[in-house]
Design a protein around this ligand. Structure first.
Ligand SMILES: [Zn+2]
Length: 309
């Protein structure tokens, strides 16, 4: 089979390698679409042993190893939870930037027929948004998401699906905000509105930090949140720490949000399938696996680049 190996920083080599054999309790998945994650962008820019990455993918079950439960069938359309009992797909075991991948049957989530593989490949990031939007109550509340990349957008869409009163999204990149606007989210460009005057003043009850590495963004998330409000942090890389005077004077609650669960992946498929979280506008461009180098180059300024092995 063909697989993409990240051999040098920002460089991929397509190699012919043996098709993997599913072990006990595992299935062989024919990968049909695999997204490049924000975390991958950082990973691929560094130097590390060549491996098959890719943890946001969907495909069809093509083979069954011994001991796979009877309800799992050949031909079943699935997406796969990347963190499995047998390792993390795309990290400690080969992932989805390949024609085939093996995964434990227990990590499969079924995709309805009308959900395309490209949309299905977004199940994992949507589930990250489901997780974030359940860290605190968003129903009936005014929410602001900082960062209109994939995770920011899906978090905003999940807040809306869960009945938030208003959902705003803040970013500096106009291109990102246009996608947000196309999805019906209220957007603020923090470059042209650095004081965030367009946000409901004093009325933001929950804010989400989905940018990472920028202290000013975490500060802004705390600053715009009203008394007794909540701040949900999905990122890391801040160096300054939390401004405790705001925590105290506003009596804010800060939540961390990381990863997802099988139930949330299931919920994410439902949200995608019903159109309550419309994911199609998130994919800016799609490349075949053979053009992995171009796909990676296209991630600059893109929310989601999809690869079809
Ligand atoms: Zn990811």
């Amino acid at each position: 089979m063909k697989a993409a190996f990240n051999t040098e920083p920002r460089q991929f080599e397509i190699r012919d390698v043996p098709k993997p054999e599913p072990a006990h309790g595992e299935v062989l998945v024919r990968v049909r679409a695999c997204g490049i994650c924000g975390a991958d962008k950082h990973e691929f820019a560094g130097k590390r042993p060549a491996r098959i990455a890719g943890h946001e993918f969907a495909g069809e079950v093509e083979g069954l190893g011994p001991g796979v439960p009877a309800h799992v069938k050949v031909g079943q359309r699935v997406c796969v939870a990347p963190i499995t009992t047998a390792g993390v797909l795309g990290y400690s075991r080969p992932g989805g930037f390949a024609e085939y991948c093996t995964a434990p049957a227990s990590a499969l989530v079924s995709l309805p027929d009308h959900v395309s593989f490209a949309d299905g490949a977004l199940t994992e990031p949507v589930a990250v948004g489901v997780h974030a939007s359940t860290r605190t109550t968003v129903e009936g509340r005014t929410c602001v998401v900082f960062g209109a990349g994939t995770i920011g957008l899906v978090t905003a869409l999940c807040c809306r699906a869960k009945g938030a009163r208003e959902v705003w999204i803040v970013d500096v990149q106009q291109r990102y905000l246009e996608v947000a606007a196309a999805l019906g989210l209220r957007s603020v460009n923090s470059e042209s509105d650095s004081d965030l005057k367009e946000l409901p003043q004093g009325g933001v009850e929950v804010s989400f930090e989905c940018v990472g590495n920028v202290d000013a963004v975490l500060d802004a998330a705390l600053r715009v949140t009203c008394r007794s409000g909540s701040v949900v942090v999905l990122t890391t890389g801040h160096t300054k720490g939390i401004p405790t005077h705001l925590l105290l004077s506003r009596q804010l609650t800060v939540y961390g949000s990381m990863g997802t669960t099988m139930d949330e992946l299931q919920e994410a498929v439902g949200l995608i399938a019903s159109g309550r979280v419309p994911v199609k506008p998130l994919t800016n461009v799609t490349f075949p696996l053979g053009r992995m180098n171009e796909a990676f180059a296209a991630t600059v300024g893109a929310q989601k680049v999809m690869v079809t092995p």
